[in-house]
Design a protein around this ligand. Structure first.
Ligand code: FAD
Length: 675
């Protein structure tokens, strides 16, 4: 039962232990106008909603939100505001997909929102970058057209659906009005290369084909035998059947969630469905391996397959990956007509659509006002923390160049929890300038303790190549996973993921070339690189970017990249020779590169459950500091583009009145974008 209650309490009130529910409710209530969750409090909330509906209407048509009184939304008076300080409703720190979803949703709600990003590109780990070759060759290399590389994700699904997608990222695009800006290329699967078999063995290669046409089952049969295939079908049918776990995993859209008591109102239309999940909820919030055990998935190949799938999603095996995202992914892979989606023009097209939604004029026609703004190369060095009635409160940020951005509604931090803790610590260094320093420092300490308690998964080696495509098969797949299925999926460098998006989008490279991204998936040990970092270890400061690129670094880089080359040889046997040709581009990224360009503490993929703890332990959008919310992969529901889009949506929802949220949900339902 704990498993079923925890996620809801955690999301609404930020508590992991249901026994703390009462005290959490008291804390939550103290930020509202009522002290207890009594009937009168609920009546008060309902009464206020009617009035705030009018207020929200005002907000969306003017540029200020100060007139709003709400039992849900904290209004900041901006004490000690200096003349040069900029005033916003919301400041979002970081433009990862989580941050951009939060920022663009806030702008959609009519809040004046600025999103500040330290890097020169938006997108966080999902940013794209370009490289040009200096050599002009006879097939077009060096003709001025760049190679465009995705730095991270490229596997998406549920984005091209005509309507009613359950993917939270697609729902954000629909909400902010830019889903039509991305052209989705649909395709139907990827190749798996099992290195436990010699390359000459037919069983060394098999293909996952999406949909329910039977191709995948035939692949299993060829690879592992009839019994494995039959067992998979049984398992799939139990997971994906009517009222099965897969369906249950997508019942409540993040559009209906928020991080406060208002969720009782916004989730109401889904509550019956949710209650119908019954005891299955415990399975969904536990590790996926419990579903495998419950539904008798015993075959060795099938169990290894789901370890691989879980690892591809979370960087952890099935015993440590929460069941809900894996169950949800099963629909994306094996549902009727299921396809995968790649954004034409690369991941930057998706990021641009989110930025467009943030910066779009909103209101009537040409007279609409721009609600949001993205600022690149704007690193946040400090949060502006003040004391409010004996509680720490955040009402803005200070950038590296000294610019102060004040936020009336709140600050949403998309930097991972470990980075956020560090920025907070830097914010309270100067005791003299912070009134009631002890109170604020103790809230900061609480965040630091949360960060220290959160385990992390490993880092990455990356290989980005631009190579001539002459003579390569026309039916080359875009995505490939190369792994030894006999080995533990979590073993260092076991799984290499490869994407070659030019197989269906030649706009990403000069004519006659492919771009390739290969990476070891979240299995690099950052310890191997610690001593190359300036200072000898990662102190969490995002400006600590320098590392010693001497002989030892280059040797380690070459040694660690070898696994990527070997994996690529399974797909393109003469890859090394192609990479040496004039016009080709070769970029090798290490965990230090990953850390540097994405500002990821210890180059990590994201959070991992601590040993012996419940899989479910991610915090909701609230932090111990009033006015400071969090989104991104270190908050519920975790890693992956759908997950971080959900967290950004939930954070934005929390900053508006439930009535505004319900109104948006109504609009989306009326167009079929939300079910
Ligand atoms: C190689 C790789 C492949 C992946 N493949 C897939 C996939 O195929 N499908 C999928 O769904 N998911 C995939 N993922 C996971 C997914 O991409 C991530 O979980 C998600 O993009 C994380 O987004 P985020 O917003 O939480 O964080 P981030 O992308 O890390 O964004 C945080 C942002 O905050 C900024 N920031 C940090 N500190 C500051 C500061 N002080 N001031 C200003 N800005 C700051 C950073 O620069 C960054 O832009 C992949 C991830 C990686 C690394």
């Amino acid at each position: 039962m704990r498993n079923i209650i925890s996620p809801i309490l955690l999301l609404l009130f930020g508590v992991h232990d249901p026994s703390n529910f009462a005290s959490a409710f008291r804390t939550t209530s103290s930020t509202t106008t009522s002290a207890r969750p009594s009937r009168s409090a609920l009546r008060l909330i309902r009464g206020r909603c009617a009035r705030t509906a009018l207020a929200i209407g005002t907000t969306t048509s003017t540029s200020t939100s100060t007139s709003i009184t709400s039992p849900f939304v904290v209004k900041h008076p901006l004490e000690g505001k200096e003349d040069d300080d900029e005033e916003w409703d919301v400041v979002v720190v970081g433009s990862g997909v989580g941050g951009l979803c939060a920022a663009s949703m806030c702008a959609r709600y009519g809040l004046r929102t600025v999103c500040v990003e330290a890097h020169e590109h938006a997108g966080g780990v999902s940013h794209s970058f370009e490289r040009r070759t200096s050599v002009v060759d006879d097939i077009g290399g060096g003709n001025g057209k760049p190679f465009v590389f995705d730095s991270g994700p490229s596997l998406l699904s549920g984005m091209s659906a005509s309507s009613g997608s359950t993917n939270p990222l697609r729902q954000v695009l629909d909400a902010i009005g830019t889903s039509h800006r991305v052209e989705w290329i649909k395709y139907d699967g990827w190749m798996i290369h099992d290195t436990s078999c010699p390359i000459t063995d037919d069983k060394s290669r098999f293909r996952l084909t999406t949909g329910n046409g039977g191709e995948w089952e035939r692949s299993i049969e060829r690879k592992a035998g009839m019994e494995s295939s039959v067992e998979f079908v049984k398992f799939r049918d139990r997971m994906m059947g009517p009222n099965g776990l897969s369906e249950s995993s997508a019942l409540i859209p993040p559009m209906a969630l928020r991080g406060d008591i208002g969720a009782i109102i916004t989730m109401s239309s889904y509550l019956l469905k949710f209650l119908a999940i019954g005891t299955k909820g415990a399975l969904l919030t536990g590790p996926f391996v419990e579903c495998m055990n419950r539904y008798e998935l015993r075959d060795d190949f099938n169990r290894r397959w789901f370890d691989y799938l879980a690892f591809a999603l979370s960087g952890l095996d099935a015993a440590h990956t929460q069941a809900a995202p894996v169950a949800y992914t099963m629909i994306d892979l094996h549902g009727e007509g299921a396809v995968l989606d790649y954004p034409k023009g690369g991941m930057d097209s998706l990021i641009s659509a989110l930025v467009e939604g943030l910066e779009m004029k909103r209101g009537d026609g040409e007279d609409g006002t721009r609600r949001g703004e993205l600022r690149l190369k704007s690193r946040v060095d400090k949060f502006i923390l003040v004391d409010e009635d004996g509680k720490a409160k955040c009402d803005g940020v200070q950038l590296r160049d000294g610019t102060r951005l004040r936020a009336r509604r709140g600050v949403i931090c998309n930097a991972p929890l470990w980075n956020m803790a560090r920025i907070l610590e830097d914010s309270v260094l100067d005791k003299k300038t912070i009134p009631n320093h002890d109170v604020i420092a103790s809230a900061v300490k609480e965040v630091r303790e949360q960060a220290n308690a959160m385990q992390m998964s490993g880092s990455f080696m990356h290989l980005h190549l631009g190579i001539p495509s002459d003579g390569l098969p026309d039916d080359l797949d875009c995505h490939h996973s190369v792994l030894n299925l006999e080995r533990d999926i979590t073993e260092e460098q076991n799984l290499v993921i490869v994407s070659i998006p030019t197989v269906f989008d030649q706009s990403l490279a000069p004519p006659g070339y492919h771009v390739i991204h290969a990476y070891t998936a979240a299995s690099e040990n950052f310890k191997d690189w610690d001593d190359k970092l300036e200072g000898g270890y990662d102190d969490g400061k995002t400006e600590q970017n320098d590392y010693k690129r001497g002989k030892a670094y280059n040797e380690l880089k070459e040694e660690k990249a070898e696994a990527l080359w070997i994996a690529l040889e399974r797909i393109i046997p003469d890859i090394r020779e192609r990479a040496r040709r004039a016009g080709s581009v070769v970029e090798v990224g290490t965990p230090l590169t990953h850390r540097r360009f994405n500002r990821r503490y210890r180059g990590t993929y994201g959070p991992a459950p601590s040993d012996g703890k419940d899989v479910w332990e991610l915090p909701g959008p609230k932090t111990p500091i009033t006015g400071l919310l969090a989104c991104g992969d270190t908050t519920f529901p975790g890693i992956g583009l759908p997950g971080v889009a959900a967290s950004g949506t939930i954070a934005a929802n929390t900053l508006v009145d439930p009535i505004a949220q319900l109104r948006l949900m109504g609009e989306l339902k009326s167009t079929g974008a939300l079910q």
